[in-house]
Design a protein around this ligand. Structure first.
Ligand code: SF4
Ligand code: SF4
Length: 447
């Protein structure tokens, strides 16, 4: 028996330690005396019939493993087995590829509009054909701004919900929207009739900063209306999550205290609301001249600021995405999954939601009968498990989490891996998770 190569042990003050295993997702807080044998001897090993009860417990959690276990193979097998499950599919749909916003950093060209009627019918046929082999179907509404195609979402959702009901397929949906058109009635309809269980809505910090970055197509602020719509979501009954995605640059990061306090006062009483922070980056696109005026952070400053913001949000009582991003396979990009496909408004099939104008991302076209005409060579560019042969990925503690598949586009463009941000300070991420879980336990006790 020995320590798993995916076991991370982090000091958490007062002679207590956090243990996290990236392959099994086991997470414990223990006194130093309990793990002293691992801290004192990195090469600790012992015959399996000579373990203490606590060591046997750690073995059950994957913190300790059999000496002869090939853990690298176990990690890579996780992805292989996951992708081999043909009874699951995630379908991205672009009901409208234009947008009512013109954000300063947007990368989209807005060359197309609402999903064409024949594509709507083709998407129905595609799901109908696949429903017999599926156990679960996840759809994600993306754009442009998907709510500009609200009628398309309603029509397709009604069809998908009914087909899945008849075929015994578990159906769930999510929407990434700027939130401007998401009034309470639409939100209620999306939850009740369309199976929407996740909303992702973006704010770029407080009103002044947000409105300078995320303005309407013809000009004009958007913050107050989005904020009102976010608050009205609290009045919608049902089981769903709302991720408030906060984009930040150097200036937004510096103006966050009052903003986070306002979010705390308005949303922490509803556990369906989460907050997470994402650095604004220049991804190209027609508006990228304006982005040159934004105070973007360099990579190190970004990570420092992101941790500070996450810690503040957790202290305010918010859940964040930290737990979701740390678990096995949780940081692999959906583009890397061979079962996932994006159906564009004109029937073009894509893998990546960023590089819509990149010919490598035009992986096929849906046919009117719902069959997919794929360019297999292009499709495989996104799904090839490049991390399996990358020596850095093979020896990385976060291999089970990211598999070297966090961003296939980055790997294609640079011939280099795109490490998940948490790799820069994994101990701090684990401490953050512990902080979040302990806040959650406090909240549960006080209810
Ligand atoms: S391939 Fe990269 S850029 Fe494209 S969706 Fe995935 S993570 Fe985003
Ligand atoms: S891409 Fe980076 S973080 Fe991901 S497995 Fe490879 S080395 Fe680790």
């Amino acid at each position: 028996m020995r320590r798993s190569r995916y076991t991370v042990i982090v000091e958490d003050g007062d002679e207590t330690y956090l243990i996290y295993n990236t392959l099994s997702a086991a997470f414990l807080k223990v006194p130093g005396s309990a793990v002293r044998f691992l801290l004192d001897d990195p090469d600790w090993s012992r015959p399996s019939d000579d373990l203490s009860p606590f060591q046997r417990y750690l073995h059950g959690l994957g913190v300790l493993v059999d000496s002869e276990l090939d853990e690298g193979e176990a990690s890579r097998g996780l992805l292989r087995d996951h992708h081999a499950r043909q009874d699951r599919m995630e379908l991205f749909l672009l009901p409208h590829e234009n947008c009512n916003f013109r954000c300063t950093y947007c990368y989209e060209a807005f060359a197309r509009n609402k999903m064409e009627p024949w594509v709507v019918e083709a998407a129905k046929q595609f799901v109908l054909k696949r429903s017999g082999t599926l156990r679960s179907l996840q759809t994600s509404w993306f754009g442009g701004e998907p709510l500009l195609g609200y009628d398309v979402i309603s029509e397709l959702s009604a069809f998908f919900v009914e087909v899945c009901r008849q075929a015994g397929v578990d159906y769930q949906s999510g929407i990434t929207t700027n939130g401007y058109l998401l009034d309470e009635d639409k939100a209620r309809h999306l939850v009740r009739e369309c199976g929407v269980r996740q909303f992702q809505i973006t704010l770029d910090g407080p009103c002044e900063q947000h409105d300078r970055r995320r303005h309407l197509m013809g000009g004009g602020g958007t913050y107050e209306r989005i904020y009102r719509n976010l608050r009205s979501l609290k009045g919608v009954e049902g089981s769903f999550n709302v991720l408030i995605r906060v984009n930040f640059d150097h200036e937004v990061g510096g103006a966050m205290d009052d903003f986070l306090s306002r979010l705390r006062d308005d949303f922490t009483d509803d556990p369906r609301f989460l907050v997470h922070f994402f650095p604004i980056a220049n991804l190209g696109g027609d508006t990228s001249d304006e982005i040159n005026d934004l105070p973007l952070c360099d990579a190190n400053a970004t990570r420092v600021l992101e941790y500070q913001l996450l810690e503040k949000a957790v202290d305010h009582g918010f859940r964040t995405l930290t737990r979701d991003q740390l678990g096995p396979l949780s940081s692999t990009c959906y583009a890397s999954d061979p079962r996932n496909i994006i159906i564009g408004a004109d029937g073009t099939l894509y893998k990546c939601t960023v590089a819509f104008d990149d010919p490598r991302n035009h992986v096929g076209v849906i046919q009117p009968d719902g069959s997919l005409q794929l360019d297999q060579a292009r499709f495989d560019l996104w799904t090839e498990h490049a991390g399996a042969s990358d020596p850095h990925c093979r020896s990385c503690t976060l291999n089970p989490t990211c598999q070297g598949m966090a961003c296939p586009l980055h790997r294609m463009n640079t011939e280099n891996r795109a490490c998940v941000p948490m790799r820069s300070d994994l101990p701090r991420t684990i401490r953050l998770l512990a902080r979040e879980l302990s806040k959650e336990a406090e909240r549960c006790q006080s209810r």
